[in-house]
Design a protein around this ligand. Structure first.
Ligand code: SF4
Ligand code: SF4
Length: 95
C-alpha cells in the first residue's frame, strides 16, 4: 500500500450576519413575489449571508436585519420572483 495523502478542499460556508446589521446601510432590499415562486430554493442555496429560510407558508422568507441587498438571490431566481427595490429612508431625506 502506498502513502495516502489526504486532500483538503477549502470550503467557505455562509454565516448569518457576517456583514453585520445591514438594515442600516443596505441600498436595496429583495422582495419575493409568492405568486411567481416555484420553491426551487436556489435563492437559499446562493445567498452569501444565509439569511433565507422557510416561512410559515412554505415560501422563502428573508431576514432583512442581516440581508445586505447584494441581489444574488434575484439574479439566480429562475422565474424572476425576487425583485430588488430601493430602500426608502424618509428620516434621512428630511434632514
Ligand atoms: S440580497 Fe438576497 S442573496 Fe443578498 S444577502 Fe439579501 S437575501 Fe441574501
Ligand atoms: S429562487 Fe425564486 S423561485 Fe426559487 S425559491 Fe427562491 S424565490 Fe422561489
Amino acid at each position: 500500500m502506498g502513502l495516502r495523502i489526504p486532500i483538503i478542499i477549502p470550503v467557505s460556508k455562509p454565516s448569518k450576519g457576517s456583514a453585520g446589521k445591514t438594515g442600516l446601510w443596505r441600498v436595496e432590499r429583495p422582495v419575493i413575489n409568492e405568486d411567481k415562486c416555484i420553491k426551487c430554493w436556489l435563492c437559499w442555496l446562493y445567498c452569501p449571508e444565509d439569511v433565507i429560510s422557510e416561512g410559515k407558508n412554505g415560501f422563502p422568507q428573508i431576514d432583512l436585519t442581516f440581508c445586505k441587498g447584494c441581489g444574488v438571490c434575484a439574479d439566480v431566481c429562475p422565474v424572476g420572483a425576487i425583485k430588488m427595490v430601493k430602500e426608502e429612508r424618509e428620516d434621512e431625506h428630511r434632514r
